[in-house]
Design a protein. Structure first.
Length: 184
């Protein structure tokens, strides 16, 4: 045998530290558990059924908010926490609901459930948990240019201000569109 064979160190890949391998397994387990929790929440907590408080109430008005902080309405009492101002569109537009619906994409992922010349119901879907929030618009022919609005979460008590922010973003999109129209 050659003499250098016995003196030659064989190359061995360094072994991973036992703690690092355990940490990797723990991380993978946590990711799998998180995915299962998210899937369960989507299937159990977020029902696809439409809530009963959707649609027009008596006297051609939107349903009142349920009294939880996850709903805003322009038809609530002006001193109530859920009050938000109605949306304004150009009074010369024949279909104010159409004018507002063109801007829904600017405020989130949505689908229109019901739309006619005076009423619109849209569902907004949150990206991670796929919670559904309902947005309703009502144009009153007696008040041209004014669109009543109601936005409410379907689950939970608090929405961390998401419904109010959605309506305000819609208001801002409408305002920027009207300023672009008047600039032409």
């Amino acid at each position: 045998m050659p003499a250098d064979r016995h003196n030659h160190r064989s190359f061995r890949r360094p072994r991973a530290r036992p703690g690092a391998r355990r940490m990797l397994h723990l991380l993978i387990g946590l990711l799998i558990l998180t995915a299962l929790v998210v899937l369960t929440m989507r299937l159990v907590v977020n029902p696809l059924s439409r809530p009963a408080a959707i649609g027009l109430a008596e006297h051609n008005s939107l349903q009142p908010c349920p009294g939880t902080p996850n709903c805003v309405s322009s038809q609530a009492a002006t001193d109530a926490a859920e009050y938000i101002q109605p949306l304004q569109v150009s009074a010369t537009q024949e279909a104010p609901i159409d004018a507002v619906s063109r801007h829904l994409g600017a405020v989130g992922n949505y689908r229109i459930v019901t739309q006619d010349p005076h009423y619109l119901h849209a569902e907004f879907i949150t990206p991670l948990m796929a919670y559904r929030d309902d947005l309703e618009l009502l144009a009153d022919p007696a008040q041209p240019g004014q669109v009543q609005v109601r936005s409410a979460s379907r689950v939970g008590r608090s929405d961390l201000g998401k419904n109010r922010a959605r309506v305000e973003a819609l208001r801002q999109a409408l305002a920027s569109d009207s300023s672009a129209t008047t600039a032409d």
